[in-house]
Design a protein around this ligand. Structure first.
Ligand SMILES: Nc1ncnc2c1ncn2[C@@H]1O[C@H](COP(=O)(O)OP(=O)(O)OP(=O)(O)O)[C@@H](O)[C@H]1O
Ligand SMILES: [Mg+2]
Length: 274
């Protein structure tokens, strides 16, 4: 038996899209919880290769939007088109299998487990060898485990967290936990990475580091990124395009320069200090 035969293509490595082509299209999406309208008739797209920021005041619907994209929430209206395939809702496993990974607003790691094991847990989806080989721990299973470990080590080097590889993540300062969480998402080798406030609670130096990692992921790994962030300096610095939400509606969309000059955006969000 050959493990390769069982290999399932997790996502199209070559989806035929060129940088700048629309990868994800959100069309007239609305989502409510009982009487609360979290998202009202929002449309925007994310293009392959870009860093797309999603900004807006607290409760604007930013996290809800990411949850719609990765299938955690199912909108009552609208269409989500990912790589040309239109659907009214995304399913979480479908999103993950087709190359969408995310980090959470509140760090969601296994606190008692080491950095290494947390990042390794991001590889689960990529593990193909069947149970038989895993039990024997020989042949394909052994080779596969080695390949996974090599990939994880690559990510640890990339994120410069060698020194904390054995540390339980619960013992790490918050800024480093955020970095480990990014590592776990990268372990999925995503094509679209959703980051929900990756710099929240960080000091200036940590924010600069995280900005650099996000830019490097984008340029070196070719990963398309959707980024929710409140720090406007960071958003304006690193994103290609920005979509602005307010009370569940889209009030602005464009380059950082365009959005900064948009009076609705200034009134609703940029006018107040962040
Ligand atoms: N699971 C849920 N059940 C009920 N209401 C929800 C749920 N998730 C979000 N909401 C509501 O939807 C609205 C948008 O919330 P969301 O978390 O998307 O905002 P946000 O823009 O991410 O805000 P923040 O900047 O504070 O993270 C809020 O009114 C929120 O209370
Ligand atoms: Mg949020």
């Amino acid at each position: 038996m050959n493990a390769r035969i069982q290999h399932v293509e997790l996502h199209a490595a070559d989806d035929g899209l060129k940088p700048g082509d629309v990868m994800l299209n959100i069309e007239n999406v609305s989502l409510s919880f009982g009487g609360v309208k979290a998202i009202t008739d929002i449309s925007f797209d994310i293009r392959k290769g870009e860093i797309r920021a999603i900004i807006g005041p607290n409760g604007a619907g930013k996290t809800s939007m990411l949850n719609v994209i990765n299938g955690f929430y199912h909108p009552q209206q609208g269409t989500i088109t990912f790589r040309g395939q239109a659907r009214s809702r995304m399913q979480p496993h479908e999103a993950a299998l087709s190359g969408i990974a995310r980090t959470f607003q509140n760090v969601a790691l296994f606190k008692g487990m080491s950095t290494l094991d947390n990042i390794m847990s991001g590889r689960t989806l990529k593990m193909n060898t069947n149970f038989f080989w895993q039990m024997l721990h020989v042949g394909p299973a052994r080779n596969e485990e080695i390949a996974h470990r090599l990939k994880v080590e690559e990510i640890i080097d990339f994120l410069e967290i060698q020194a904390i590889r054995k540390t339980p993540v619960g013992k790490l300062p918050y800024g480093l936990q955020k970095r480990v969480e990014l590592g776990r998402a990268l372990a999925m080798e995503p094509d679209l990475l959703l980051l929900d406030e990756p710099m929240a609670g960080m000091n200036l130096e940590e924010k600069e580091d995280m900005s650099r990692f996000i830019l490097d992921v984008n340029s070196q790994m070719g990963t398309t990124i959707a980024l929710i962030e409140h720090d406007m300096g960071v958003v304006m610095d690193i994103s290609d395009r920005v979509v602005v939400l307010d009370y569940g509606r889209k009030i602005g969309d464009g380059t950082p320069g365009e959005v900064k000059a948009n009076q609705d955006v200034i009134d609703a969000y940029l006018g107040v200090s962040h």
